[in-house]
Design a protein around this ligand. Structure first.
Ligand code: NZQ
Ligand code: ZN
Length: 387
C-alpha cells in the first residue's frame, strides 16, 4: 500500500428536493453570482426558473451555452471576462460535467491577471480561485466531487485535464430527479465514463482487498443501475445509486493507497474528443476493450482474472488467459448492450488522422509511464483496432 495525502473538502447535499438548500449554501460565499449552464436542458426541466426564484435576493449574471467538451474560446474566456468586469463572488454551475469543468477553469482564470491558458497548461500555478457551487444534472464525470476540469482548445486539438485542489466545489447539490430527463445516449455514455474511471484505477500494480472490493462493487452497481435507468428513466432508486457511484469516480477515494495507473484510456480518449468532438463516454467505451486486449500479457493477466471473476462471475477454474479473454468480451458486450456505438467509424472517425492523434497522445499524456506502458505505435494500434 502506497502513502497518500487525501482531502476532498466538497460538501455533498444529496436527494430529492435538496435544491431548497441553495440560498443557505450561497449566502456565506457572496452576493454576486455567475450562473453557468449549457445549451438549455436546465430550462426545459424547470431548474433554471427554480434557481432564479430561490436566489432572487442575489445579483445574478449568466454564462449560457457551455458546450459538451467545453471550449476555452469562447466559454472559459467569456466567463473570466464577466467575473472580472462584474467582480463576481461565486460561480454557480448548473448542468453536466462540461458546465462544471468550464466553471472550474473560469474560477481559476478569474483570479489570474494573465491568459487563463497559462493555468490550464500548468505554465503558471494558480494562487487563488473563486468558490464554486454546483447543481448536477447528469451522472457521469465525478466533477462534482473532484478538483479537475477538462478543457478543449479547438485550434490546437488540445483537450487538457486541469487539476488543482483550489478547484474542488465548495458544495454539490445532487438531486437524482434532475437526471430523469437525461437521454438514453447520455445515460449510457455516463455509465461508460464512470465505469472507465474505476477501470483506470483498478488496473494497476498495487491495490488492496478493500479498494478492489469497492471498485468491483462500483462497476457492478453501474451496470445494474444504468440498465434500470435506460428501461425506466424515472426510476429514482436507480438514478440515485448511479449518481452517487459516479460521484465517487475521480477524486481517488476508490483507490487510496493504490499505485498509479496512468489513466491510459482517458489519455487516448482526450485526443478523440479534441480532434472530432465526440461524446467522452462513447470514446472511452470504444477504446477500453481494445486497450485491454492490447495490454493483456503475462505481467497483467492476474488483474484481468480478478476483474473477470469478481465483476462478471467468470469461472475461476478456467485458464487465466481464457478468463481474461472472457472478461474483455464481457466488457465489450455490456457497452454494446446499453446502446453504445462500439466502433470509431460509427462516431465519425476514420483512419485518416490516427497517426497524428497517436503522436499527439504520446507527446502529451505520458502514457509511456503507465502501468502497462504505451508508446506511439501502441496507441496507433489501439486506435486502429477500435475503427
Ligand atoms: O448543454 P445542455 O443543454 O445542458 O445539455 C447537456 C449536453 O447536451 C445534456 N444534459 C445534461 N443534463 C441533462 C441533459 N439533458 C437532459 N436532461 C438533463 N438533466 O447532456 C449533454 C452532455 O452534457 P455534458 O455536460 O457534456 O456531459 P458529461 O457530464 O458527460 O460531461 C462530459 C465532459 O466532462 C469531462 C469530459 O471530458 C467531457 O468534456 N470529464 C470531466 C471529468 C472531471 N472533471 O473529473 C472527468 C471525466 O473523465 C471527463 O473527462
Ligand atoms: Zn472520464
Amino acid at each position: 500500500m502506497q502513502n497518500f495525502d487525501y482531502l476532498t473538502p466538497t460538501r455533498l447535499i444529496f436527494g430529492k428536493g435538496v435544491i431548497k438548500n441553495l440560498p443557505e449554501v450561497m449566502a456565506p460565499l457572496g452576493q454576486k453570482i455567475l450562473l453557468t449552464y449549457g445549451g438549455g436542458s436546465i430550462k426545459k426541466i424547470g431548474l433554471y426558473d427554480k434557481v432564479k426564484e430561490l436566489l432572487k435576493d442575489f445579483e445574478i449574471y449568466e454564462l449560457p451555452g457551455i458546450q459538451p467538451n467545453p471550449k476555452y474560446d469562447p466559454s472559459v474566456l467569456d466567463g473570466v471576462k464577466i467575473c472580472k468586469e462584474k467582480q463576481i463572488d461565486v460561480i454557480l454551475a448548473v448542468g453536466g460535467g462540461s458546465v462544471l469543468d468550464c466553471s472550474k477553469a473560469i474560477a481559476a482564470g478569474a483570479k489570474y491577471a494573465g491568459d487563463p491558458w497559462d493555468l490550464i497548461t500548468y505554465k503558471v500555478k494558480a494562487k487563488a480561485a473563486l468558490p464554486i457551487v454546483d447543481v448536477l444534472t447528469l451522472a457521469a464525470t465525478g466533477s462534482e466531487y473532484d478538483s479537475g476540469g477538462v478543457i478543449s482548445r479547438t485550434e490546437t486539438n488540445d483537450k487538457i485535464g486541469y487539476i488543482d485542489p483550489l478547484l474542488y466545489p465548495v458544495c454539490s447539490l445532487l438531486d437524482p430527479t434532475y437526471t430523469f430527463t437525461v437521454s438514453k445516449k447520455q445515460t449510457a455514455a455516463g455509465c461508460a465514463d464512470a465505469m472507465n474511471h474505476i477501470i483506470e484505477q483498478y488496473f494497476c500494480a498495487d491495490s488492496t482487498l478493500l479498494n478492489d472490493g469497492f471498485m468491483e462493487a462500483g462497476l457492478k452497481s453501474l451496470m445494474v443501475n444504468a440498465r434500470k435507468c435506460l428501461e425506466n428513466p424515472e426510476d429514482y432508486t436507480a438514478r440515485a445509486e448511479m449518481m452517487l457511484t459516479c460521484t465517487y469516480g475521480c477524486n481517488r477515494i476508490y483507490s487510496l493507497g493504490n499505485s498509479p495507473s496512468g489513466w491510459p484510456c482517458h489519455g487516448m480518449e482526450h485526443a478523440l474528443s479534441a480532434y472530432y468532438d465526440i461524446t467522452h463516454g462513447e470514446g472511452l467505451a470504444i477504446i477500453t476493450p481494445r486497450w485491454m486486449k492490447h495490454i493483456l500479457s503475462e505481467k497483467t493477466v492476474d488483474r484481468f482474472v480478478k476483474y473477470g471473476v469478481n465483476v462478471f462471475g467468470i469461472d475461476p477454474a478456467l485458464d487465466k488467459f481464457a478468463i481474461a479473454d472472457k472478461a474483455i468480451e464481457a466488457t465489450y458486450k455490456f457497452f454494446e448492450s446499453i446502446g453504445i456505438p462500439m466502433h470509431l467509424r460509427e462516431v465519425g472517425i476514420d483512419e485518416s488522422r490516427i497517426h497524428e492523434m497517436a503522436h499527439h497522445v504520446a507527446a502529451n499524456e505520458g502514457l509511456d509511464k503507465a502501468w502497462a506502458p504505451l508508446l506511439e505505435e501502441d496507441i496507433a494500434a489501439i486506435f486502429t483496432a477500435s475503427l
